[in-house]
Design a protein around this ligand. Structure first.
Ligand code: SF4
Length: 439
């Protein structure tokens, strides 16, 4: 696309949906950028989407009056999300622990599960991996030492509401507080799912963010996150992306989203048309477990990849859910088959009430060791810890340097064999004791 032409076109917001009368309250304006439950169903041409056999059985059982067209309509999925204890109990056989935890919940990070994503979960097994990531339990109320509401210190680096500027050349743009599903380990648990609370994202905030970005020519990369930016309707998303791409020093935009995983029907052909207008655009997806690799997700990722959008994925390492090398390898292989590059494997951030999800750091290194060299390099993500207090991502690697002999550095390969590499003048490895002879 000719960017000059794009920059020259009228980038005023779509007036019917976005422009704000002076008297509109902050809370009301926050609602404006979330999909309205009253909006008309998607047009018929956007409804073609595969429905997996298990999902079909699920919706026939729990939503018997629902047509395939409605099931495949992302707005129906958003409107029909499972949000309350009684809705959960209609679908799931809850444990006493789950029931009590859900009943006692207040504030941000409420329950939210799309019917599609619920169809992948264990209905009777409280230990089923996807269910554990979305239905709260009593452990969520236990705050361990070191856990914080905002462990990454994002609030400290917030320059205007919703815009976090920590690194010199890039910013995090929190576009909305709404997600289609709410993950119990969410780093932004303090601010998502609670648009009437302290944290609000609305069009006025967007305008402040645009003004900041226009003034800061050092910013070349904008990551849209939230909340989930794809919960925003197509026209508003088009406006947002258009405004950003019209800022000359912004070289590219990334969207961080879980929607193509938990609500793949969101990737309509109309959405893809909007996204394609704003290249170079990258999308970071969020996957947790191989159970998510359904025919629906094959379709959503194919539509994005076919639109020329590079796809990466982020996975949070979660105890008892995906902390297993075989599970992780299956997930990573499945992503590559869908043209998604596994990018980050995150150590679970120390948000309050998350200790039941966290593994020892050594577990992540063990999984990386089981992948690296044992499978395609593209299938091995970077294992990172996001340093508490705003230190940024720190790459964690198994140590492959085992010692030094004179001018040779001694390295261990993926099979545990030790090899020499000529490194005259170097000192790396000289502080280590070689346990076995090099080949
Ligand atoms: S989709 Fe992302 S922002 Fe929303 S709750 Fe899950 S991790 Fe948090």
């Amino acid at each position: 696309m000719n960017l000059q032409l794009l920059r020259g076109r009228d980038l005023r917001p779509p007036s019917r949906r976005v422009s704000l009368p002076a008297a509109v309250s902050e809370t009301t304006s926050a609602a404006l950028i979330s999909p309205s439950p009253l909006e008309a169903p998607a047009r018929k041409k956007t409804l073609s989407f595969p429905v997996d056999r298990d999902s079909r059985a699920f919706y026939r059982r729990f939503y018997p009056d629902t047509s395939a067209a409605e099931w495949n309509d992302w707005r129906w999925q958003m409107r029909t999300r499972i949000r309350t204890l009684s809705e959960l109990e209609r679908v799931f056989a809850l444990s006493a622990d789950e029931r009590q935890a859900v009943a006692g919940h207040t504030g941000s990070l409420p329950v939210g599960i799309t019917p599609y994503y619920a169809s992948l979960m264990g209905l009777t097994d409280a230990q089923e991996p996807l269910r554990r990531t979305h239905i709260m339990v009593g452990d969520e109320y236990v705050r361990q030492p070191g856990e914080e509401d905002d462990p990454l210190g994002e609030d400290h680096d917030t320059v205007v509401p919703g815009l976090v500027h920590r690194y010199p050349d890039r910013v995090l743009f929190l576009t909305t507080g709404t997600c289609s599903t709410y993950c119990r380990y969410c780093t932004r648990s303090r601010l998502v799912g609670n648009p009437g609370g302290e944290y609000q994202f609305n069009v006025r905030n967007w305008e402040m963010a645009f003004a900041y970005l226009e003034e800061h020519s050092e910013v070349r990369d904008v990551l849209l996150s939230g909340g989930d930016p794809l919960t925003i309707g197509d026209d508003k998303l088009d406006y947002l992306l258009g405004r950003l791409r019209a800022i000359k020093h912004i070289e590219f935009v990334r969207i961080g989203t879980k929607m193509p995983t938990v609500l793949p029907q969101r990737v309509t052909k109309d959405l893809v048309k909007v996204l394609k207008k704003h290249h170079p655009l990258w999308v970071s997806l969020h996957f947790t477990h191989p159970k998510e690799l359904t025919p629906e997700v094959t379709e959503s990722t194919a539509r994005l990849a076919d639109a020329g959008i590079p796809l990466g994925s982020q996975t949070v390492l979660l105890r008892g859910i995906n902390d297993d090398a075989a599970v992780m390898k299956t997930l990573m292989h499945g992503l590559l088959k869908r043209r998604v590059k596994p990018y980050y494997l995150y150590q679970c951030d120390p948000i309050k009430g998350s200790s039941h999800f966290r593994t020892p750091v050594s577990k992540g290194l063990e999984i990386i060791s089981a992948l690296r060299g044992h499978t395609t390099g593209y299938a091995t993500p970077m294992f990172v810890i996001d340093a508490p207090g705003g230190g940024g991502k720190i790459l964690m690697n198994p140590d492959f340097v085992v010692g030094r002999e004179g001018d040779d550095i001694l390295l261990r390969n993926f099979e545990g064999k030790v090899y020499r590499y000529p490194d005259p003048g170097g000192t790396l490895g000289s502080d280590k004791h070689l346990p076995i002879a090099a080949e």
